[in-house]
Design a protein around this ligand. Structure first.
Ligand code: PAF
Length: 288
């Protein structure tokens, strides 16, 4: 497996593969890879002849008071995981390679970014859409793989690809969890022992919501209040949001009468964690 640092090297590699008629999968990441990322690499390996994993902590998607500086970085660890899962290339550009002096072009989106993380993190999706567009232009993949933990991000990218006629298939992969239910996240490394225990309240509260829906509840305010009450039993937890939105346009709904997403963002100490479930995924009695 090779680690490429420049757009030029990446393009040369892509040209060589395309010359041989090979298909290409892209797994965009910010590094500090875990089993969630590994599952995306595995999915790409199954569908494509070659798999590129991008590792780039994208400054543009962090707000001024967010964790850009402290975001965990360990390229050796990332290379080990990517290699174990038989990725072909890690694309690991420096910020100056992606954003040269005078950079002033952006990809932005309305509607789907108005709620959830878009509301709490106003610059986030402009940064995500811009960097993902750049990665798509550089790697020119046939398919790209994103985790369902970032459910709004997945919906935004799918919409962007459709709106802008990008010829790329976007594949959403299931959330990967620890044995006790905590969704895998690079940010879990911020948690101390007590916070790690407290973080279970995210999946536990969502499971509470799922049970209500399975028992026939469709009133979103009833479900949201029940999930909130459960989270509030954990002293280390502070709710950013608990919302139910239309899975297609990410707008709030009051009754579950269509495919919906129930999403939570919760601070555990200083660490902001997200988790969710899609109502379509629980039809067969599943829990998160
Ligand atoms: O999900 C992430 O890790 C990032 O938002 C992404 C898609 C790699 C863009 O920086």
């Amino acid at each position: 497996m090779k680690i490429l640092k420049t757009v030029k090297e990446m393009r040369e590699q892509i040209k060589e593969w395309r010359g041989k008629g090979l298909s290409i999968g892209l797994v965009p990441t910010m590094g500090y890879l875990h089993e969630g990322h590994a599952s995306l690499i595995d999915a790409s390996k199954k569908d494509n002849d070659r798999t590129v994993v991008s590792v780039f902590v994208n400054p543009m998607q962090f707000g001024p008071s967010e964790d850009l500086e402290s975001y965990p970085r360990d390229l050796r660890h990332d290379a080990k995981i990517a290699e174990e899962h038989h990725a072909d290339i890690i694309f690991n550009p420096e910020p100056e390679e992606m954003y040269s002096e005078g950079f002033s072009s952006f990809v932005d989106m309305t509607v789907l970014t108005e709620e959830l993380c878009g509301l709490s993190r106003p610059v986030h999706f402009r940064g995500v859409c811009t960097v993902v567009t750049k990665l798509f232009n550089i790697v020119q993949p046939d398919r790209a793989y994103f985790g369902k933990k970032d459910a709004q991000q997945l919906a935004v990218i799918k919409h962007m690809v459709s709106d802008l006629n990008m010829n790329i298939e976007i594949i959403g992969c299931p959330i990967v969890r620890e044995a006790d239910g905590l969704a895998k996240s690079s940010r879990n490394t911020y948690l101390n022992k007590d916070e790690r225990k407290a973080a279970l309240i995210l999946s536990q509260s969502l499971n509470h919501g799922i049970k209500l829906i399975q028992n026939g509840e469709t009133d979103c305010s009833v479900i949201i209040n029940a999930v909130k009450e459960k989270i509030q039993t954990e002293p280390l937890a502070k709710i950013d949001y608990v919302k139910i939105v239309d899975a297609a346009n990410m707008q709030q709904i009051s009754v579950i009468d269509r495919p919906a997403l129930c999403a939570v963002a919760v601070y555990i100490g200083k660490t902001r964690l997200i988790d969710n479930f899609f109502t379509e995924d629980i039809r067969n009695g599943g829990a998160v």
